[in-house]
Design a protein around this ligand. Sequence first.
Ligand code: PSU
Ligand code: MN
Length: 307
Amino acid sequence: MRSYLNLSSEVAIALREGKPVVALESTIICHGMPYPQNVETALRVEQTIRDNGAVPATIAIIKGKLKAGCTKEEIEYLGKKGTAVIKASRRDLPVLLARGEDGATTVTTTMMIAAMAGISIFATGGIGGVHRHATTTMDISADLEELAQTQVMVICAGAKSILDLGLTLEYLETKGVPVIGYGTDELPAFYTRHSGFKVDYRIDTPEELAHTFLIKKRLGLKGGILVTNPIPEEYSMPADIINSAIERALKESEKANIHGKETTPFLLAKVKELTGGDSLEANIRLVLNNARLAAQTAVALARRELA
Ligand code: PSU
Ligand code: MN
């Protein structure tokens, strides 16, 4: 698989020299936000990572290559092409590579490519999880399986309550994935800081996140660590507004008979439509907040690994 891996020279040099690197996903660019806000946000996220002392590596599949580190032009290309870029999970990789196609990497494939490249820290918005009514639909995101097997720390803002958050936590417990609250004991719910569910542990510093990840690596324990970083208070959305939008989106997806990989993008687009620009603004803010924490954690990890 490594012969399909293509590192940007900046990322390759940083990794060789043991410098801090942060991976970023591309599904959020192609399927998560409209153009041109998607490109603007992706570039701002990269800048935030640089401002905090790390090198950004936006991950995507471009013309059949697994890219770790996209150029500004490549980010622009992906952003413009938008939903015409296939949302690529683990099962999509062989076909896309065989055909030399493009793919927007989800949390799953971004973790896979990051691990292949040697990148430990990954910042994103929200992860996939166990969907509501999964007991009959069996709709469980491949992201959870990837967290169970691939050694990458994923820093997110929790999960949206389009999912069953309780079942998502149960699944992660079964799979041995530590769920950390950054500065909180409660699982954040993406747009809001509160979900009513407890996380396993609270950690308050990037240094402790880095130390914990390093120990997991040294023990050879497979799988990742999930860090849930609440959206800053000033950007969080009123819970009633977001919850009623989610309820409506769920009803509409049922009516439209949406299944499989279309479910998450459909629900996300509906919620966005129903809440207007507010949810887009909140989304941008929480991603920037996660990028900052990821860069600080990557800096702390690089320091420990070199020591
Ligand atoms: N949840 C969000 N925003 C997102 C996603 C999930 O709040 O952009 C994207 C991520 O790329 C995630 C993917 O990995 O959707 C999960 O899709 P699925 O549920 O089909 O596994
Ligand atoms: Mn699914």
